[in-house]
Design a protein. Sequence first.
Length: 428
Amino acid sequence: MLKPTISLRFRLNLIIAFVCLVALLFGSIITVINARQSVFEEVSSSLMLAQRLLGEQPSNHQLSTLDKVRHLRITVASDQQGEKSELDTSLEKEVPELFILFVRPSLEQLSLLLEAGKNTPSIRLIADPSDEIKEAWRESLIFISLLLLLTLLISGCVFIVIGRALRPVDNILQAFVEIEKGDYDKRLPSFDLPEFNNIAAGINHLSENLSASKVKNQQLSKQSLDIRENERRYLARELHDEMGQSLSAIKALSVSAKSNKETSSQPLDEIENICDHLFHVVRNRMQQLTPPLLSDFGLSAAIEELVDQWPGNSHIELTLHSSLDELVQDNAIHYYRIIQESLTNILKHAQASNIWVTLSKIDNANGRAISLLIKDNGIGFDPNEAVSGRGLINIKERVESLGGTLSINASKGNGCQLSAILPLESDE
């Protein structure tokens, strides 16, 4: 069961939204701090101005003139709590209480104690920050609203930009789904972003390779079926032409010998010759299907028999490693078929008088391996012009199935050299 996943687009938008909220919160905090500082500076400036106007011992006339000054009230020094309560009540109707709590200075910062005279009780000038708090609230509200609007605008723009930028991801994922279903004709268009464009080019290249591999596999499957049917027709023709006619001849000779009253050895001699011919035909067919010596005596004996009984006038020089049978183990049949197929190609096309077949053990960077070299002095060919036949395809497939590498060095008039490096299985 697939686990639910969060898309990249949603994650990026979530991160951007979180960053914008953090920025909005940070901006709001800075705004409140600045508002508090502004209120405190306004109140302090009013108190300092009143103190300079009154001097050290203010008279009643001077105090009476301060009643008309904005943001100042005169009270008896002991009446502090009542003033504080009255100030809080005057602001709660227009400004949120939480904002007042953060912005309003303390009562000690809002008051100034003055000695009025010897017979006059001490008085206290109390600054009323209500107007400054209201003004600070309005400015903060406007600033926070603009900041919120800017945050929403940025979030919306980022959402749209990310959506447009990641739109190719859906096309890329859909292409993978189509490729998984076997539709290798799917091609992605070019994108504006170079990263997505490189990914699209890679996927298109992958689709082309898979499509070519699919066509090649279909061709190989068809060739395999054709080869199977050709083998069946060949065996059927051999059974009909060789076995059928020979058995019919044996039967006719037997009837003739039985009906002939005079004893004659000629029919029996002909039956013997026909049986020898049948044995030869059956032995050749068995040799083509599977070499009998391979399972009984090993690869070396099977290759030597193949070379000894090879038709044609070519001289074959064979060089085998002394421990070849122990080295190849269960892969002996593949080595045998590679050599058999190579000799068949030389017999059909090369017109060579000399052939060299060498199997030796080598040690390379990847460990132990068998080096197979098959060389002839025939007419050769141009690898760039030659069309690979079924024989070379079979050789290549067998070499690759063993994990080896195949190389062909040929030119017109200089023969051909086929070399393969076939890794050996480890002792483990």
